[in-house]
Design a protein around this ligand. Structure first.
Ligand SMILES: [Zn+2]
Length: 182
């Protein structure tokens, strides 16, 4: 069965009349939307980064903050939405800025839990840049908490992963936290 046919079956099971006008193209649209939201499965780190890795003798912190993030939780397939802050300490290589956001997207466009996604992003940046340290903080609101279950509308979840210098050096970590909370 195609994704479209599965969506049609889901609508019927939910009690809908799949032949009514407003729903005629819904299975097709829903299938397309879900494929888009999960397109990260078809991407690799190598493809996303391409040739946007540049030699540099800068060893100061590079920070990209407030990267919009849209993902789906793997437990309910409901959205979680927030922002990611990504920093690294270069050691010879810097990454094109838009690529940091594209790496975040690649991992967000899969079924995820926020904790694992945070680690995957940090390890990907580390792998690509061979940085002396990587920090990733993600704050997000989970629709599975807001629309169902405990229905807590204002709680957000914060996860962080610190690698290398961000883990071992308090001053580096404090500088990062100061910059993202500004
Ligand atoms: Zn969930």
């Amino acid at each position: 069965m195609s994704l479209e046919q599965h969506y049609s079956a889901i609508l019927s099971q939910l009690g809908e009349d799949v032949s009514r006008e407003g729903l005629l193209d819904t299975p097709k649209r829903a299938a397309k939307a879900m494929q888009y939201l999960c397109k990260g499965y078809n991407q690799t780190l190598e493809e996303v980064v391409g040739d946007a890795l540049f030699t540099s003798d800068n060893s100061e912190m590079v920070l990209v903050k407030n990267i919009e993030l849209y993902s789906l939780c793997e437990h309910h397939m409901l959205p979680f939405i927030g922002k990611a802050h990504v920093a690294y300490m270069p050691s010879g290589k810097v990454l094109g800025l838009s690529k940091v956001a594209r790496i975040v997207d690649m991992y967000a466009r899969r079924l995820q839990i926020q904790e694992n996604m945070t680690r995957e992003i940090a390890e990907a940046i580390q792998k690509v840049t061979n940085a002396a340290g990587v920090a990733v903080v993600i704050e997000a609101q989970h629709m599975c908490m807001m629309m169902r279950g405990v229905e807590k509308q204002n709680s957000s979840m914060v996860t962080s992963v610190m690698l290398g210098q961000f883990r071992s050096n308090d001053a580096t970590r404090a500088e990062f936290m100061g910059l993202i909370n500004r």
